[in-house]
Design a binder for this molecule. Sequence first.
Ligand code: PPE
Length: 303
Amino acid sequence: MKEVDYIWMDGEFVDWEDANIHVLSHVIHYGTGVFEGIRAYENEGRPAVFRLDEHMERFINSAEIINMELDYSKEELIEVIEDLISRNGLTSCYIRPVAYRGYESMGVNPLENPVKVSIAVWPWGEYLGEGALEKGVEVQTSSWSRHHPNIFPTKAKASGNYLNSVMAKMEAVENGYVESIMLNPQGYVAEGTGENLFLVRDDELFTVHTAEVLEGITRDSVIKIAEDLGYEVNLTPITRDQIYISDEAFFTGTAAEVTPIRKVDRRKISDKKGPITDEIQKRYMKAVSGELEEYQRWLHPVE
Ligand code: PPE
């Protein structure tokens, strides 16, 4: 990964290489942390963070779900992010806030362990591989099911939850695919390991309800963009074979942006980026870059 100068840790800006924690921190053993993934894009030479307020709201909600009270308000953390981007001299970057249970006592009970907060920023290119945004990716349906909402809190972007994503991602990569699509415990489509999923069929869009998947902020942005373009967006359960017969399919996520899916389980969806995927992807990239007046409200400029 691309290193920058500073990382913010519990109130201080520390050098990248000194941003360490104790090996007996609770989060390392039990996954008791929450995180966010945010992107800042260059807007006329200066950085602007995309939907920062919504991401930080979700961060605080994630912490609340796993019973962690942060020592910092949303506003304070937003100021830190602005400061961190400036200090590191970045115009576009990925932003990773993380809150976790630190070092104090051992054992499953986290309540005695301090809640720590850190924020890192770094330049991050195409998440699903170079060229993925143009040529699309080949994916598989995972043999691992996505979370049952009474086993893991699906609305918390919690570190521990991601072991499920890690298993599905490794399976895909080891099988020669870029990503996995996971089904829920009932066998319906849920999401990618780090993305939400959309299908296009007969010029309409389809995506699942948020009940058991992460409430993706890119998903929400894409729904608005698609509706503004005049497309109908259907929120509905989706089966695996509905993906096979869709005209187009794509992933959405902060890291993945709008990534076309070319093949699923070796079945061809489209030769390359589909036309509607292309239209939505272009408008999304324009929105994040501040080129469209109507989506300026989603941008948080960094002075
Ligand atoms: N589902 C999952 C499981 C998920 O992790 C993400 C984001 C999304 C959907 C899309 O959410 P949003 O970014 O709000 O549109 N995944 C983040 C982490 C990726 C990683 O490898 O780490 C991200 O995209 O930043």
